[in-house]
Write a protein that binds this ligand. Structure first.
Ligand SMILES: Cc1cc2nc3c(=O)[nH]c(=O)nc-3n(C[C@H](O)[C@H](O)[C@H](O)COP(=O)(O)O)c2cc1C
Length: 262
């Protein structure tokens, strides 16, 4: 089985390719959490994968919630792997994730990562179509390579997007994640057409359309930016961060192979 979480579809793209290549079920962590269907048995499968983005050089809130609340049955020889998608590098997320699994008595066999389009638009601008297409092709080739490692059940650290200051990065940045998950940072312009795409895609079910505008019903979300990137009118913005950075005029992105909603 392959578990995934994805904001703009980058991680979904990788997870779906792995699920097809390994002929194993693809499971949305967001859906499982919503339905409270949290018991899984990977013993017959032989492999068990997790694919999700790096957030603030750490593990996304939703993934932490999922791992902390799941019951996962594995054998001693179940090959458990993680694939991070990231815009730059993974920081200390692999070690943090390993700790989460250890808490539920699951041993990680292999770590992989793939650099893709950085969807953190308060800071980064979405590149032009040419660059985006190249990134998708690169991700396809890298996923095929990862698939071969998994099929051969090769154990080890195959993370190609490391930074030697990983520990420091995560120590400095990850604590800010909790603050920036405040939904009060989202703004909606008059361009909103109340199409409800944001409401449907929100993995935690935090958004509701009230009086023809999205309203974030909880103080914090997981900050995946699915709502912001799916909005056809680009009516949702986020910011400012550190009084300067916001998502205006930075472009929007959805992986071309992402499903219309999750
Ligand atoms: C809130 C947030 C924080 C992010 N933090 C990082 C980060 O610390 N390091 C990094 O390399 N990429 C970071 N990114 C970029 C994503 O990891 C990257 O774009 C990923 O491929 C998105 O995958 P998804 O579409 O499956 O969500 C961040 C993205 C978001 C939305």
């Amino acid at each position: 089985m392959v578990f995934y979480f994805s904001g703009s579809g980058n991680s979904y793209y990788v997870a779906n390719m792995l699920s097809v290549g390994l002929d194993t079920p693809l499971i949305s962590m967001a859906d499982a959490l919503k339905k409270r269907e949290m018991n899984f048995d990977a013993r017959a499968d032989g492999t068990c994968g997790f694919v999700f983005p790096v957030h603030f050089w750490g593990v996304p809130y939703l993934v932490t919630e999922f791992i902390n609340n799941m019951q996962l049955k594995t054998n001693d020889d179940t090959y458990v792997y993680v694939v991070f998608t990231c815009g730059g590098d993974t920081g200390n997320a692999p070690k943090e994730f390993e700790k989460l699994l250890k808490n539920i008595h699951v041993k990680l066999s292999a770590v992989f990562s793939i650099q893709q389009i950085d969807i953190f638009v308060p800071i980064f601008k979405i590149p032009d179509k040419d660059k985006r297409d190249k990134e998708v092709l690169k991700a396809k080739i890298e996923t095929e390579n990862i698939l071969n490692h998994i099929k051969a059940q090769e154990k080890g650290d195959f993370n190609t997007n490391k930074n030697k200051f990983a520990l420091l990065e995560t120590k400095l940045l990850y604590p800010m994640y909790s603050y920036y998950r405040n939904t009060s940072k989202f703004r909606v312009s008059d361009m909103c057409t109340a199409c409800k795409k944001c409401e449907k895609i929100c993995p935690l079910g935090v958004i509701e359309i009230i009086d023809n505008k999205p309203v974030w019903k909880q103080k914090k979300c997981t900050l995946c930016f699915a709502c912001l990137h799916i909005c056809p009118a680009q009516a949702i913005n986020y910011g400012k961060m550190l009084f300067v950075f916001d998502s205006k005029n930075k472009g929007r992105y959805r992986n071309p192979y992402a499903p219309k909603g999750y």
